[in-house]
Design a binder for this molecule. Structure first.
Ligand SMILES: C[S@@+](CC[C@H](N)C(=O)[O-])C[C@H]1O[C@@H](n2cnc3c(N)ncnc32)[C@H](O)[C@@H]1O
Length: 272
């Protein structure tokens, strides 16, 4: 059984490491997500598991615990309005001659569905000669398991149910035989998207500045202070005038006066 004391220690470790907020109401959830792993490792219980993840700080078992306790749910063109705004805004922006190519960051990328959806929109704009060649997308996440899936870019077809048919035909390959029901993103699109591990709760290496940042459906896991810190860190990497997206259910998330609202969960960073 997971004692209150051990739960508090696990919650404290997760908060300190990745900013994950686990209130006491999540105790049963934590217990059920960790139990199969503890059983598989042949450990005596939650206390032994806590000792193990504390010992192995860095990678190893701590990373496995993070994967088990975070939610990676995602799919292509989730919250489709954001992709319409991205297309409209980037497609109509007049860029200075000689300006750097457009760069977009998917900052809690999970298995890459969001990053590849962005890439499909940018490829489409380029095909319509509304965006210069050379654009790129960066996808980052704390979890190396999801990042490996993102790099492989193979998905159950169900995850692409919201991808418009012409984009699906242009950018994806359908599996046959043993791979029936699976879809892989074509190499031409994959080479525009790179992935890397990044913890939003730590100082961010000098990245960008980006023309648009997607920070969607991750703020909900953080407490108010961590949310404010993460937003400040991420907004710092956005160009003035750049586009910023958070999950539609995440409200205004303390964005203050730094942004103008473009729609639910969609903002533009104010100049200066
Ligand atoms: C629900 S998914 C969101 C995926 C995508 N942005 C979307 O909206 O569909 C949340 C992701 O945030 C990642 N995550 C959680 N805490 C993080 C942190 N501190 N730094 C970076 N990523 C984190 C999780 O690993 C997970 O893949």
């Amino acid at each position: 059984m997971l004692s209150d004391h051990t739960f508090r220690d696990i919650a404290g470790l997760m908060h300190a490491t990745i900013g994950l907020n686990l209130p006491p109401t999540k105790k049963a959830l934590v217990a059920s997500r960790l139990a199969p792993r503890i059983h598989r490792l042949g450990l005596g219980g939650y206390d032994d598991y806590l000792a193990l993840i504390n010992e192995e700080r860095g990678d190893g078992e701590l990373q496995v615990a993070i994967d088990l306790l975070t939610t990676n749910e995602t799919y292509f063109f989730r919250e489709p309005k954001h992709f319409e705004i991205l297309k409209e805004q980037l497609g109509s922006a007049r860029r200075r001659p000689g300006a750097a190519p457009v760069e977009v960051w998917s900052a809690a990328a999970s298995c890459g569905d969001e990053a590849y959806s962005i890439a499909m929109v940018l490829a489409d704009l380029q095909a319509q000669e509304r965006l210069a060649a050379g654009w790129s997308v960066l996808g980052t996440d704390i979890s190396d398991r999801v990042l490996r899936a993102a790099q492989a870019a193979i998905y159950p077809a169900e995850r692409l149910r919201h991808v418009p048919q012409p984009l699906l035909r242009r950018h994806c390959l359908r599996g046959e035989g043993d791979s029936e029901g699976l879809v892989q993103v074509r190499p031409e699109l994959r080479e525009r998207v790179r992935f890397g591990q990044l913890n939003l709760c730590e100082e961010i290496e000098p990245l960008g500045p980006f023309d648009a940042i997607f920070l969607r459906n991750v703020l909900i896991y953080f407490d108010a202070r961590t949310r404010r810190e993460v937003i400040a860190r991420v907004l710092d990497r956005l160009r003035p005038g750049g586009l910023f997206f958070i999950g539609m259910a995440e409200g205004r998330a303390d964005l203050g006066a730094q942004v103008d609202v473009l729609g639910p969960g969609a903002f533009r960073k104010r100049p200066g």
